[in-house]
Write a protein that binds this ligand. Structure first.
Ligand code: NAP
Ligand code: GDP
Length: 332
């Protein structure tokens, strides 16, 4: 008797909230490189509907009927934006997360992978930080609105799992950078902010004017940076293969941590700037470090290779310079 043909692949409809952002585009770059016929990917933007609004969120779920959700949409910003808009960071993120997770439950979504951040960990802690330590004490005061909204994703994931059996999980990335970031000087994260300032200084220098590339703060804080396309690959892996509701840190190793000054010098190199570099120490440093441990990730995905930091910074500088006219450079 002839062997029956294999059953058709189970079709997954993967809906990515916040699909137009830094991480969403990092995922898209991976999916564009390596499509899987069993998966249909939908990358949402805020133009598809405002996820702070329950009925608009419901309309999106009704339209796409996702089987899987990667939940990235959030109010996102760097240290200085977090200090200015504390209330908005709390309220908008809580509303978005509540709507997306509850509608995922109502529509029977099989798996949701949401995004936390290493800046939600306790300020006073031992190092390295691991996944078990999220709720061990208050976060740094500079971003508590955002941090508590994000921490609640972990709490509510567990609630949906225990009460309804849902597979809602979360990943915890470190500071992310790459093409499609928000390069706002006032409200963006450190690397896109520095790239923007460095490009302006380079242009001034080229015009024969006096130029200075200004790094905010003392330059001594430490950060682990992850390239958005590496994170995109890891998020696709997490969606397909990570089957636990417990958060998992997605980070470069502890040894890859750099000072803000070293990161700024990588930008100088990547941007090809040769002028003066100064520090504005009147600006805040924020949390000194948040060194995270990636042991859990490397145990489950041992063959993963991170893009070297300098190469990823150079690629992002080139992208920003080439796309200066259209790149996001605004705050809220
Ligand atoms: P991003 O570049 O600022 O993108 C944010 C995305 O969310 C955009 O697609 C935006 O849509 C969408 N969005 C924002 N508000 C919305 C709303 N009310 N309704 C619908 N869509 C909305 O952010 P990202 O850096 O990719 O961050 C993705 C996730 O990673 C977030 O959950 C963030 O908290 C987390 N994370 C980020 C970092 C980092 O360093 N960037 C670090 C750790 C964790 P439009 O493009 O249409 O505005
Ligand atoms: P964080 O990693 O969550 O604290 O947020 P950021 O990505 O905004 O990084 C903040 C750190 O970078 C602080 O130590 C700042 O003092 C330092 N920094 C240096 N220059 C800049 C800049 O141009 N923009 C931002 N956002 N931070 C800067």
């Amino acid at each position: 008797m002839a062997t029956p043909p294999p059953p058709p692949p189970t079709n997954m409809v993967v809906m990515v909230t916040g699909g137009s952002g830094l991480v969403g585009q990092g995922i898209k770059a991976n999916i564009d490189r390596e499509a899987n016929a069993a998966e249909t990917w939908i990358f949402l933007t805020s133009k598809d509907g405002d996820l702070r609004d329950k009925e608009q969120t419901r309309a999106i779920f009704e339209k796409h009927k996702p089987t899987h959700v990667i939940h990235l949409a959030a109010r996102v910003g760097g240290l200085f934006s977090n200090m200015k808009y504390r209330v908005e960071f709390w309220r908008e993120n809580v509303a978005i997360n509540d709507n997306v997770l509850h509608l995922s439950h109502e529509y029977g979504v099989k798996k949701v992978v949401s995004c936390l951040s290493t800046c939600i960990f306790p300020d006073k802690t031992t190092y390295p930080i691991d996944e078990t330590m999220i709720h061990n004490g208050p976060p740094h005061h500079s971003n508590e609105g955002y941090a508590y909204a994000k921490r609640m994703i972990d709490v509510i994931n567990r609630c949906y799992h225990l009460q309804h059996g849902c597979m809602f999980t979360s990943v915890v990335p470190t500071n992310i950078f790459g093409p499609h970031d928000n390069f706002s000087i006032e409200d963006g994260h450190v690397l896109p902010g520095l790239m923007h300032k460095c490009l302006l200084a380079k242009q001034k220098q080229a015009a024969g004017e006096e130029a200075s590339f200004v790094i905010w703060g003392s330059g001594t804080p430490l950060r682990q940076f992850i390239f958005s396309e590496d994170l995109g690959a890891l998020m696709v892996w997490a969606l397909r293969e990570y089957d636990s509701i417990e958060p998992i840190i997605l980070s470069v190793p502890e040894e890859a941590e750099v000072t803000i000054k070293e990161a700024a010098m990588a930008v100088v190199e990547g941007m090809g700037y040769t002028g003066k570099v100064t520090f504005d120490t009147s600006k805040a440093d924020g949390q000194h470090k948040k060194t995270a441990c990636n042991d859990k990730l490397m145990k489950l995905n041992p063959s993963f290779k991170f893009t070297p930091f300098s190469a990823a910074v150079a690629k992002t500088c080139a992208w920003f310079e080439a796309n200066y006219a259209t790149a996001r450079k605004g705050g809220h």
